[in-house]
Design a protein around this ligand. Sequence first.
Ligand SMILES: Cc1cc2nc3c(=O)[nH]c(=O)nc-3n(C[C@H](O)[C@H](O)[C@H](O)COP(=O)(O)OP(=O)(O)OC[C@H]3O[C@@H](n4cnc5c(N)ncnc54)[C@H](O)[C@@H]3O)c2cc1C
Length: 408
Amino acid sequence: MKIGVLGAGVVGLTTAWRLSEAGHDVVLIDRAAGPAAGASGANGAQLSYRYVAPMASPKMLFQLPGLLLPGENAIKVSFTPELVGWGLRFLTACTGAQVARTTAAQLALAELSRLELEHLLGKVPLDFGLRTAGKLVIFRKAADFAAATPGEDEAAELLGPDECRALEPGLTLKTSEFYGGLYTPSEQVGDCTAFCEQLFVKLKESNRVEVRMNTAIGRPVVRNGRMTGIETDHGPVEADLFVLSLGSGARAFAKSCGFNLPIYPVKGHSITVADDVASPLKHSVTDYSRKIVYAPLPGATRIAGFADFQGYDTTPVPSRIAQLKEAAADTFDIAAQGEVEPWAGLRPMTPDSKPVIGPSPLDGLFLNTGQGMLGWTLACGSARLTADLIDGKPPACPSEPFDVRRFQ
Ligand SMILES: Cc1cc2nc3c(=O)[nH]c(=O)nc-3n(C[C@H](O)[C@H](O)[C@H](O)COP(=O)(O)OP(=O)(O)OC[C@H]3O[C@@H](n4cnc5c(N)ncnc54)[C@H](O)[C@@H]3O)c2cc1C
């Protein structure tokens, strides 16, 4: 089959690779000049296979009123008409039962992703700083620490402040500033941009993959109720099937196909600090209260965070960059004054924090998008699930939780 993959972020790239592996001819299309031009750029770099905490949760319900007030909160919300319907669905997902279902579905997809990344690297060795660094989540509030649980991961453990500092000597927080941490030794880190750039090169070399960059995707071409092509600024592209992996652009494309896809852009920021001015971390660290993650990469430390519901603008906001620098300075003594690369990206977020993977309401269009906070972690598993479903094979992990019909 000839399959058009729409979007060359980490989700589109891994999907293109998986489909070509399965014997399909692929045409990969993106408006950017190169890969990872959207959210897959300088993200938090955490491959978080065991810690998939959904954003929609009962706790979030209590925090919401405060988040709507002005100020430099970790999460900021500005209401737009697009956010209203999304927000109502988000509220209905904030139940304990839904969180349990989402967590189970995400953990299964994450485990598949871990295996699929290994499989991919067995076929195409890539060098992107992949490392089983372990992850330490630190809690600044007593209630958050009390609620933290190692879950079913036998190797995960709760640590007091002294143990956290012994594990991660770069941590400069005093005992009075935090209550402890949850350490999961099996979690990994890796540079998503480097992964995407190298996989992109391999795809271009493949005789099964045609790459069309600098190509803006417009409306679908529909004949007799089936999508047979897309309009682009370089003319139409035809294929037997299309996979929608446009990240935050997926909602607009779905609308032009005649159905609603509740994906909202949730803006995050990052800074990358070169190691000559940063104290390299031993592990990846998540500051749970501030919603900031720290990841050690080859030659640099990545510091990323915040969740701003403020539309589609991708320009880094100076006050957010300043907050990340301050956090780096007071949590790890990372002097982020020298060589710092600021960045911002839009997480394609569904209201229930799960991706949308499966057939769409439009015949000829398949969905693999909406990975939200965990797109780097879930990309390889989502690609495998997509290929399994397209080929009519038994899915390698339960696919029903990701079906778009939950929103129709
Ligand atoms: C600050 C931050 C930190 C993060 N940290 C982590 C982390 O530590 N771990 C983790 O697992 N995930 C993390 N994420 C989430 C992860 O980065 C995303 O979920 C993931 O990159 C989404 O990938 P994607 O391919 O779906 O979307 P994107 O990377 O946004 O790709 C979509 C592509 O579609 C293209 N496109 C859109 N519209 C059109 C159009 N009309 N025509 C042509 N092309 C179009 C864009 O150019 C883009 O290349 C983070 C995200 C952010 C912002």
